[in-house]
Design a protein around this ligand. Structure first.
Ligand SMILES: [Zn+2]
Length: 354
């Protein structure tokens, strides 16, 4: 009979969520069999976790990038008027339906202003990753598990991320949810008989202390969005592509004086294993820890928690029965394969088993 490996994923759980008083079971597991992982600054941390490869190797960083030639929305270019960054309406849902029928992928236009949509494409490397997870293809960890007769079972505490965003990481709602998760995990692990159990988180959650309305500030510039430059507003960073030389200087001056963040250098991208390609942004302005761009292309409401800041945040990684040393997200897959005595293959990470 095939064996099973259990993956318990606490979505958006920094190490600081695990406390002796509130989550006694996870606290005791963490002290005996856990370690801290330094979370990557990409928005695709699961790729790093389940492939053991750094973002520059998998070309995963953010979901959208600048590519007017390949944008699935380019066919709508003549129809998309100057619609401002406004609340999601019926038109936007109609665009999504047309897109799904036309492209075969459900690529949500989010709240990207309509006249900018034909400039952006969805990162196909993310589709490749999702395919590798569903069909158990390399370099996904599940491919190796499947090949050696082990079926992965995933328990995903997804609401934790939403609670952190909406109520803040220090809220009563987050504490209560963690208490519940601690209890459920204890019950589950008592009864279950898995070949291996893994408990981990994909990224942390930082309390928001300041908001910047970048959209409004950009509209004050003597530049025309879409003609002089394009911008994509993620929550903790803004990515720019310049179309005229004057806009490059204007934007750099504007961002340098804005405060609350800085333009990241190529050296910083290398240090964080991020892809260098300009398709992800010719100028990337990363907000300081706790500063949230509001509104952005994902949210209109002001959030109270956010992740994806440049300064790394530690997340828990626990394998009951093993002793682990601290590491990085890319070390998860090699560690699990090592624990199961399976070949690690070509990965960027290394096993953390002591
Ligand atoms: Zn989130």
């Amino acid at each position: 009979m095939r064996k099973k490996a259990l993956f318990v994923v606490l979505d958006g759980c920094p190490v600081s969520y695990i406390k002796k008083e509130n989550t006694p079971y996870l606290y005791s597991l963490m002290s005996k069999h856990g370690c801290r992982l330094w979370s990557s600054q990409t928005f695709a941390s699961q790729v790093e976790i389940f492939t053991g490869l750094k973002p520059y190797r998998t070309d995963t960083f953010v979901d959208w990038f600048y590519s007017p030639e390949t944008s699935p929305y380019r066919i709508f270019r003549p129809f998309l008027n100057n619609i401002a960054l406004s609340k999601r309406d019926k038109t936007r849902n109609l665009i999504l339906k047309c897109m799904t029928l036309y492209g075969g992928h459900r690529i949500d236009p989010l709240n990207i202003p309509s006249y900018l949509l034909p400039n952006f494409d969805f990162n196909r490397s993310m589709f490749s990753y999702y395919r590798s997870q569903v069909y158990r293809l390399p370099p996904h960890l599940f491919h190796t598990l499947d090949a050696y007769g082990i079926d992965p079972v995933m328990l995903h505490f997804a609401e934790l991320d939403t609670l952190g965003h909406v109520y803040s990481p220090r809220s009563r709602e987050v504490k209560d949810y963690m208490k519940m998760a601690d209890h459920k995990i204890r019950q589950l692990l008592k009864k279950a008989d898995y070949r291996l159990t893994v408990i981990l988180s994909d990224h942390g959650m930082v309390e928001i202390t300041d908001y910047v309305d970048l959209w409004e500030s950009l509209s004050q510039l003597n530049l025309m969005l879409g003609r002089d430059y394009s911008v994509f507003l993620n929550s903790p960073m803004a990515r720019f592509w310049v179309h005229t030389e004057k806009s490059r200087n204007n934007l750099i001056n504007f961002l340098s004086e804005l405060g609350h963040g800085h333009i990241i250098s190529d050296k910083e991208k290398v240090e964080r294993s991020l892809p260098q390609s300009k398709k992800f942004g010719e100028i990337i302005f990363w907000m300081d820890r706790g500063v949230h761009i509001s509104p952005d292309f994902y949210h209109f409401k002001k959030l109270k928690g956010m992740h994806g800041y440049l300064k790394p945040e530690a997340v828990p990684f626990i394998i009951p029965g093993y002793s682990l040393k601290d590491g990085y997200l890319a070390d998860v897959t090699p560690t699990i394969l090592d624990a199961l005595d399976l070949p690690i293959g070509e990965r960027d990470g290394k096993s953390l088993i002591r």
